[in-house]
Design a binder for this molecule. Structure first.
Ligand code: GDP
Ligand code: MG
Length: 314
């Protein structure tokens, strides 16, 4: 198969000059550490802003966004290069549909990721939501079951719709920390992470505002209500996670198929045979033997016995 020609990351030029400078600095930092390719997997419920986030990072409208209908069923990988560095971002369909984890979407994501290496999981949800529910638990569990709990060592929790005023006069930062903590608690329980285990207590949370109406600072950089220029902050967090001490997640056949189904339960086979012998075969054998013994007696003897018995009961 001919190797695909990867397009230049031209969208970076659409960012404010200050943002561009910081992004190029971060790419330089990655290259210094011999990281020349970075693959980001974007996952989350439908409609939370996954595709919009992919477009925001690339700086082009590369994947379609849709406010009303559910997304296409297949994952899409967008690749761009810049100064010898390749960025891959995988946009995925929403994992929750009709109140359940969409197993078909999950299966397609797994197949799509076969032989790829995930450097960072961008787990997307909205900032402007107040409750976490059973579905959030299901989705975090599905991710854990698919990739193993180590995936959370490589995760960033990204909260979209960050240009938002919290209700009841709650300070922005307080709302942000309450919302993040509620979601991280779910991640910890889905990954069965003990409180003292360093994993996932350290999943960083970043804020994102994909709207074209996002406020800007004097340098023309897109900023959040707390003043943070969110694109450089997001890319900086992604860089830190990439360079942390934990290995990236390589998706191979073993990982996506779990234990070999032919091996599963092999140990039970002798026990099942033994149980079958004692509980089924033995009683049947006994029954047949008794029947043969019965049949071998002359019929007048058997009839007389039944006759006597009948009389006994009468
Ligand atoms: P996906 O289903 O998770 O891929 O979500 P989309 O990226 O398709 O976004 C769903 C809708 O939310 C679209 O109408 C987007 O314009 C809107 N949206 C996404 N992110 C943001 C955000 O950060 N702020 C605002 N205001 N709207 C957003
Ligand atoms: Mg989408």
């Amino acid at each position: 198969m001919a190797s695909q020609i990867i397009r230049e990351w031209a969208g970076i030029n659409t960012f404010a000059p200050a943002t561009q400078t910081k992004l190029l600095e971060l790419l330089g930092k990655l290259k210094q550490e011999n990281v020349n390719t970075l693959t980001i997997l974007v996952m989350g419920k439908g409609g939370v802003g996954k595709s919009s986030t992919v477009n925001s990072i690339i700086g082009e409208r590369v994947v379609s966004i849709n406010p009303f209908t559910s997304e296409g069923p297949r994952p899409v990988m967008v690749s761009r290069t810049r100064a010898g560095f390749t960025l891959n971002i995988i946009d995925t369909p929403g994992l929750i549909e009709g109140g359940y984890v969409n197993d078909i979407a999950l299966e397609l994501i797994k197949r799509f990721l076969l032989n790829k290496t995930i450097d960072v999981l961008l787990y997307v949800d909205r900032l402007d939501a107040y409750r976490v529910d059973e579905l959030d638990k299901l989705i975090a569990k599905a991710i854990t079951n698919t990739f193993g709990k180590e995936i959370w060592n490589k995760a960033v929790l990204a909260l979209t719709h960050a240009q938002f005023t919290p209700p009841d006069g709650l300070p922005y930062d307080e709302f942000f920390s309450k919302r993040s903590e509620a979601l991280l608690k779910i991640v910890r329980s889905a990954a069965q992470i003990k409180k003292d285990f360093p994993l996932a207590s350290s999943v960083p949370v970043v804020l994102i505002e994909n709207s074209g109406r996002c406020h800007k600072n004097d340098n023309d950089e897109k900023i959040l209500p707390n003043g943070t220029a969110w694109i450089p902050h997001l890319v900086e967090t992604i860089t830190e996670i990439t360079l942390n001490k934990h290995a990236s997640i390589h998706v191979d056949k073993k990982l996506i198929e779990g234990p070999n189904p032919n091996e599963r339960g092999k140990l039970w086979i002798p026990l099942i045979f033994a149980l079958q012998y004692f509980l089924v075969m033995k009683p049947i054998q006994g029954f047949i033997k008794r029947d043969i013994a019965e049949q071998s007696r002359p019929s007048w003897e058997r009839q007389r016995e039944t006759g006597y018995r009948r009389r006994d009961f009468s």
